[in-house]
Design a protein around this ligand. Structure first.
Ligand code: G3P
Ligand code: MG
Length: 250
C-alpha cells in the first residue's frame, strides 16, 4: 500500500528552478509541495551530493566527472547560473544538507540513488546508511515520513538493502521488463517506479494486484496525470509544478 504523497516535485522544483538545489526545494514549497524527488551521487571523497548528471558542463560549469571532485569543491560551484541570473551562486547541495532542509520543512523524499558507472554498490550503501542515520526514530516507529529510496541500478538497491534493510526501496525502471515481479521480490522492494510513457493500463493493474506501489515519472500534462490516477497509479513526479499541484492538476 502507498502511504506517501501522490504528487511530487521532480528534482526539487521541476522546471521552475535550478534542479536539485535548495532553491528548487524552496520553489516547490512556494508552490505548495511537501514531497520531492531528487538525485544523489558520490563525490571523489565518497560524500554524497545532490546532482543528476555524473559530469560537469550542464548544470555546473567546467568539465570532468562529479567523482573527480571532492564534495567541498562541488559545494563551492555554481549550480544556479545555468538556469537564471537570479540563481547565481546557488551551490551543489550535500545530500545531508538537502535532507536536513526537507526534514525542517516537512518535505517527504523519494531519494533516487544515481551512481556513476562503477560506483553502484558504494553509492547505494552510503546513501542508505546516511538515510537510516537521519531517520532512526521515524524508522523505529514505521513512520511514513521515512524516505523511499529508488534506483535504476539493482546493484545499488541491493547494497542499500544490505546497509539499511529497514529503509524502503523502489525498483526504478524505464521499460518494465517481464520479470518485474521477481526483481521486486529479490530486492524486497515496496514499489515499482516507471516511465509514464511506457506504462499500460494492464501493467498498472498487474503491479497493483501484486501488492506493490506504482509511481510514474515524469508527468507534465494534467490530462495525463488524471488518466494515470484512473489507471491506479499511486503517485508521480512532475516538472510542471505550476500545472500539477500537490493535490493534482490545478
Ligand atoms: O526518479 C524518477 C526520475 O527522476 C528518473 O529519471 O533522469 O529524471 O532522474 P531522471
Ligand atoms: Mg531522478
Amino acid at each position: 500500500m502507498w502511504t506517501y504523497p501522490t504528487f511530487l516535485a521532480h528534482r526539487g522544483g521541476g522546471k521552475l528552478a535550478p534542479e536539485n538545489t535548495i532553491a528548487a526545494l524552496q520553489c516547490g514549497l512556494d508552490h505548495g509541495f511537501h514531497a520531492v524527488e531528487f538525485d544523489v551521487m558520490l563525490a571523489r571523497d565518497g560524500v554524497p551530493v545532490v546532482m543528476h548528471d555524473p559530469y560537469l558542463g550542464r548544470t555546473i560549469a567546467g568539465s570532468g566527472n562529479v567523482f573527480d571532485y571532492d564534495a567541498a569543491e562541488l559545494v563551492a560551484m555554481d549550480a544556479g547560473s545555468w538556469f537564471g541570473a537570479q540563481f547565481k551562486g546557488e551551490p551543489v547541495p550535500l545530500f545531508t544538507q538537502f535532507v536536513a532542509f526537507c526534514q525542517a520543512h516537512g518535505i517527504w523524499m523519494n531519494i533516487e540513488i544515481k551512481p556513476a558507472p562503477g560506483f553502484e554498490a558504494e553509492t547505494g550503501r552510503v546513501v542508505a546508511a546516511l538515510t537510516r542515520a537521519m531517520f532512526g526514530l521515524e524508522i523505529a516507529r514505521d513512520d511514513p515520513v521515512v524516505p523511499l529510496l529508488s534506483s535504476f541500478s539493482v546493484v545499488a538497491l541491493a547494497a542499500a538493502r544490505q546497509a539499511a534493510p529497514d529503509v524502503p526501496r523502489a525498483l526504478l525502471l524505464d521499460v518494465v521488463p517481464a520479470d518485474w515481479r521477481e526483481q521486486a521480490i529479490a530486492l524486497d522492494a515496496v514499489a515499482i517506479h516507471t516511465n509514464q510513457k511506457n506504462l499500460t493500463p494492464s501493467l498498472a493493474r498487474q503491479i497493483k494486484a501484486a501488492g506493490l506501489g506504482l509511481f510514474c515519472y515524469t508527468v507534465n500534462d494534467p490530462g495525463r496525470a488524471r488518466e494515470l490516477v484512473e489507471w491506479g497509479v499511486d503517485a508521480m513526479c512532475t516538472d510542471r509544478i505550476d500545472l500539477i499541484g500537490p493535490a493534482g492538476p490545478r
